[in-house]
Write a protein that binds this ligand. Structure first.
Ligand SMILES: Cc1ncc(COP(=O)(O)O)c(C=O)c1O
Length: 395
């Protein structure tokens, strides 16, 4: 058998701190490594495998589409693209869609749309306010939008036009707003920043401020959208509507696709203003359609809410048992467990050894983002494995 991990070190750029396991197969919430060992997957492709691995609805849609038409270019109309756009519009508060291939393309495109709106309607305003501990992706502009110095410092100077302010602080947004501001961009819950929840009234206050100033609210729902928090989109839980919303991750249940959605009044792109060679191709859109349709028809968001509560309750019990657990927080199936010291790396390894895949979101916090189709049985199994891993590592 090849030593895949050695070959990776030889041939692949050193961008990832990988967990030492080589995965070769997946089904539902389970994956298998090259030696045939089975793991319960609570990483879920970083909140991507919404229907789990190789869900029949997605596999069938992709297989059928691959036999029919994979890619054409956006010079032409294609039916899967139009069907997915219609499905998203009919099930959200937004009116128009643009498809791309990843999360960062969606946020970058959303900011371009806001800047275009600023140029046309807000006297050329172009600045976008974002928050510390946010994550909006890895292009240079989205690195500037992402309010984390560890991502920004290696690439200074960054593109201008982004103001990072404290999260969960409406006064900070107000203080940063000038006549150059065209938009505020936020994650409803900060995912990569550590699963940070807003106060109850924060998003409503931001919405009211944007309305008062006539500026746009962009919600980055790349991690929170498509059912993960227990509703199809997170904004539904906060009693607000964004002007622009970005999606990716769970949208194709593993097949790369991103989307920018916008209200009619904000859809100001004209032909040539924006584009993508692969964005909205029939293959990815067939996967997206199969995923979103299955999620809606089978109330998978409701399952995420129910099973998420069960998971959170179980993690709370472990908090009672292990003193070093300081907090359990989250919503739906996006949940973090925080510790009093930097044990998350050791816990990822201890869980791996016991057959459970989890994510270290911060040196002192684990994140759980399993497929949305899991049931209480899988949660019980994960809690049991985590309990044992915690016994291995902490008190
Ligand atoms: C909220 C949010 N926005 C944007 C991104 C970037 O997505 P991608 O890695 O697909 O470019 C991520 C990825 O973690 C994310 O969580």
């Amino acid at each position: 058998m090849s030593n895949w991990q050695e070959l990776e070190h030889k041939y692949y750029m050193g961008t990832f701190n990988r967990t030492p396991v080589t995965l070769v197969k997946g089904e539902g919430a389970r994956v298998w490594d090259e030696n045939g060992r089975e793991y319960l997957d609570f990483v879920g492709g970083w909140a991507v495998n919404s229907l789990g691995h190789c869900h029949p609805a997605v596999v069938e849609a992709v297989t059928e589409q691959a036999r029919t038409l994979i890619q054409t270019s956006n010079q032409f109309y294609t039916i899967p693209q139009i069907r997915l756009a219609e499905l998203l519009v009919q099930n959200s508060c937004l009116d128009k869609v643009f498809f791309c291939n990843s999360g960062v393309e969606a946020t970058e495109g959303a900011v371009k749309l806001a800047r275009r709106y600023g140029k046309l309607k807000l006297n050329e305003a172009y600045e976008v306010i974002t928050t510390f501990d946010s994550f909006h992706g890895r292009t240079l502009a989205m690195t500037a939008a992402t309010g984390q110095t560890k991502f920004q410092e290696p690439y200074l100077p960054l593109p201008a036009g982004f103001i990072n302010v404290e999260y969960n602080n409406i006064e900070a947004i107000k203080a940063a707003t000038t006549n150059q501001t065209c938009a505020v961009m936020l994650e409803p819950i900060q995912g990569e920043g550590g699963v940070n929840l807003p106060d109850d009234d924060y998003l409503r206050a931001v919405r009211a401020w944007c309305d008062q100033k006539g500026i746009l609210l962009i919600l980055d729902e790349i991690q929170t959208g498509v059912g993960r928090l227990g509703t199809l989109f997170a904004y539904e839980q906060y009693g607000i509507e964004p002007d622009i919303m970005t999606l990716a991750k769970g949208l194709g249940s593993g097949v790369p696709i991103g989307a920018i959605l916008a209200k009619d009044k904000v859809s100001v792109f004209s032909p040539g203003d924006h584009g993508s060679t692969f964005g909205g191709n029939p293959l990815a859109c067939a996967a997206g359609y199969a995923t979103v349709k299955f999620i809606i028809d089978n109330d998978i968001a409701g399952n995420a809410e129910k099973v998420g509560q069960y998971l959170t309750k179980g993690l709370e019990s472990l908090k009672q048992k292990f003193q070093s657990v300081t907090e359990v927080r989250g919503s739906g199936l996006l949940v973090a467990m925080e510790f009093s010291s930097d044990v998350a790396g050791a816990l990822v390894m201890a869980c791996l050894n016991r057959g459970l895949l989890v994510n270290r979101v911060k040196p002192n916090a684990l994140r759980f983002m399993p497929p949305l189709i899991i049931g209480e049985k899988e949660v019980d199994e994960a809690l049991d494995l985590l309990d044992k891993a915690l016994s291995d590592v902490v008190s």
